[in-house]
Design a protein around this ligand. Structure first.
Ligand SMILES: [Zn+2]
Ligand SMILES: [Zn+2]
Length: 257
């Protein structure tokens, strides 16, 4: 699987267009060139910058409905792409579909724990610890399994992982975790119920290490980076990520899994 981090920023960056140098776009990840995770406000701009064809996006899975992840103009841009062969498919919580009636899309509401198949990959939506301002609205992490059994946990937005995730992962091994690392080096940040800092991530890794869910071979990517909660310079941010044992996501970075 090819993983492209199209945008890697939390909502405190200046998203007036064109994006200024060094500004991270809204968090969006593209798998194998056609499965998109989240479509926030900077997605059309970033796709054009990367010379990506929006008609090749077949599916968008939403982690949640916050405006930095869910933007109707961005969805319309992809759904109406010239040359599109099939209707764009959207997956998310029910509030995602409250405003998409006028768009040429097919929508499917997600249920926690119920697998979806995308080609050879299995996706399980899992509950995320992320507040959406109501008891009704839902946020998802995704457990993504390759045919060879290798597992990626795509875990943003969300603070401390839910106990249900630990139960689902029992006796299993995570090969890659894409973490919500919003709060970076800000220790004891009040966002802990919604977002992680690097110390929380290390705590969870050590805990999961006791169950062999996370081992030395597990790779970690830190994503959804807040401008104001990480060190100021790119070099200092890189160093902080390295010290915490992971790779700092950057806009346009690709990794294979
Ligand atoms: Zn966010
Ligand atoms: Zn959010």
């Amino acid at each position: 699987m090819d993983i492209l981090f199209l945008g890697t920023g939390a909502a405190d960056w200046d998203w007036s267009l064109p994006l200024k140098a060094g500004v991270r776009g809204s968090t969006c990840t593209i798998l194998d060139g056609h499965i998109m995770l989240d479509a926030g406000p900077t997605v059309p701009y970033r796709m054009e910058q990367e010379k990506l064809n929006s008609a090749s996006i077949t599916d968008i899975l939403f982690t949640h409905s916050h405006s930095d992840h869910f933007n109707l103009d961005s969805i319309a841009y992809i759904a109406n792409a010239p040359g599109r062969k099939e209707k764009l498919r959207l997956f998310g919580s029910k509030e995602i579909f409250e405003n998409t009636a006028d768009l040429p899309i097919e929508g499917k509401c997600l249920e926690y724990g119920v697998d979806l198949q995308f080609g050879e990959y299995k996706f399980m939506p899992l509950p995320a610890n992320h507040d959406l301002g109501s008891f009704e609205k839902k946020a998802y992490h995704y457990l993504i399994e390759k045919p060879n059994g290798e597992l990626m946990l795509y875990a943003l937005d969300g603070g401390w992982l839910m106990g249900r995730i630990r139960e689902v992962l029992k006796e299993r091994h995570l090969d890659l975790i894409v973490w919500d690392a919003t709060s970076g080096t800000s220790r004891y940040n009040w966002r802990f119920g919604c977002h992680n800092d690097l110390y929380m991530i290390q705590y969870m890794c050590k805990g999961f290490g006791q169950l062999n869910i996370v081992t030395d071979t597990t790779r970690h990517v830190f994503n959804h980076i807040a401008r104001t909660l990480w060190p100021t310079t790119p070099e200092e941010r890189q160093a902080a990520a390295k010290e915490a044992g992971g790779l700092l996501a950057e806009d346009g970075m690709s990794i294979s899994f």
